[in-house]
Design a protein. Sequence first.
Lengths: 158, 158, 87, 87
Amino acid sequence: MRATPDIRVQPEPFDAARECAAISAASNGIGALVTFTGLCRNEGGRLAALELQHYAGMAEAQMRRIADEACDRWPLDALAVIHRHGLIRPGEGIVLVIAAAAHRRAAFEAADFMMDYLKTSAPFWKREHLADGTLGGWVAANEADDDATARWQGAADR
Amino acid sequence: MRATPDIRVQPEPFDAARECAAISAASNGIGALVTFTGLCRNEGGRLAALELQHYAGMAEAQMRRIADEACDRWPLDALAVIHRHGLIRPGEGIVLVIAAAAHRRAAFEAADFMMDYLKTSAPFWKREHLADGTLGGWVAANEADDDATARWQGAADR
Amino acid sequence: MSRNVKFIYFAWVRERIGVQEERLDLPDDVRTGAEVITWLKGLGKNYALALDDAQAIRMAVNQEHIHPSDTIGTAREIALFPPMTGG
Amino acid sequence: MSRNVKFIYFAWVRERIGVQEERLDLPDDVRTGAEVITWLKGLGKNYALALDDAQAIRMAVNQEHIHPSDTIGTAREIALFPPMTGG
């Protein structure tokens, strides 16, 4: 049976351990659990926080589209994706992806795929708040992220 | 600075959340944390437990060799690998890999690499204990695991 | 002939245009994403500045990504923003 | 001429040979992994049965993997086992 993704966009911190425990408890058929946590770096002390702006409504919808595609591509037992918005301090989590499957290949690839598409097609924008109290610039998109996303668009896809 | 892998072979359960927290707390430069947990499946109710036999001494040494190679290949902030031995019940963790890096590609690839090599070259053997109280057979190695490991042995390597 | 459409802006597009969202009467002969951008740029200097670098502008219509060459169809909500940097 | 070597067996290799580990005097003319296996198989039916399928046997010398064609060098400890199934 195809997994139904658990999608959340929230200002509150998430608890990766609690989410993993809930997923593990739901099935004894899971052999592989891959967790990706994207954390706010302090950029060598330069950064006080990241401000995450998002397009409410579309963010959830877009995350769900990507997650549904992952569930179609890989035999997953569970897929959870939580993305925070608002002000996030260094060391705090920004995004959490958990993919659970019978075997590790599906779990690794689904989590990796989720992150690549989240980076390039989920409507979130990061702005730096600097340690000296000033407002920094908007973070520029990374070309490497587009390249990473392109990995999943082979001729055989769709 | 090259990360020093944290390698453990133990009969006791591990706590992925505690290990992640320790790694996150050690550095505010981590942007990506990938956690892989290999769990004992119940195989549709057929399995009472997996017995993990290991070659003490060589298991740690081999895990360290693989982890050192991962730290040479990818710019990691931390790499932890914990493998259990003894009797492990369905739903319990068998192996935990945590890779931390500034960016997600290194963390994903290092964790994936670690698992592929653990599967094919770390001296552990699994035997099934069945739900009906009898002793099952030794689990056969999976050809797909050899193929997965071969992915890392491109012409450009070493 | 025109239809009333809700426009939403994000990140530095929002800052340069100077509003978070607004309702505008979009002429019926504006049919593609690229035409929407050209039309907006005619509304004022702030729009021209915000949307000057076409390569750096992304669009969504009714909360789905579109390419500049795509037609906007029955757009109720059009969003304009720089490349996304979530995750 | 021979040297005293510690042999360790794992999984079904251990069960078929019937011991977990043992010390054996390995003749000096046994130089490669493959020669070790051939020599062991001559020690008795249990060894022959355990090591019959050469494709399914893996070896480590002094706790490092070797190929059957590799020389065993100054082996203090030789381990024989089926393909590993950890992780």
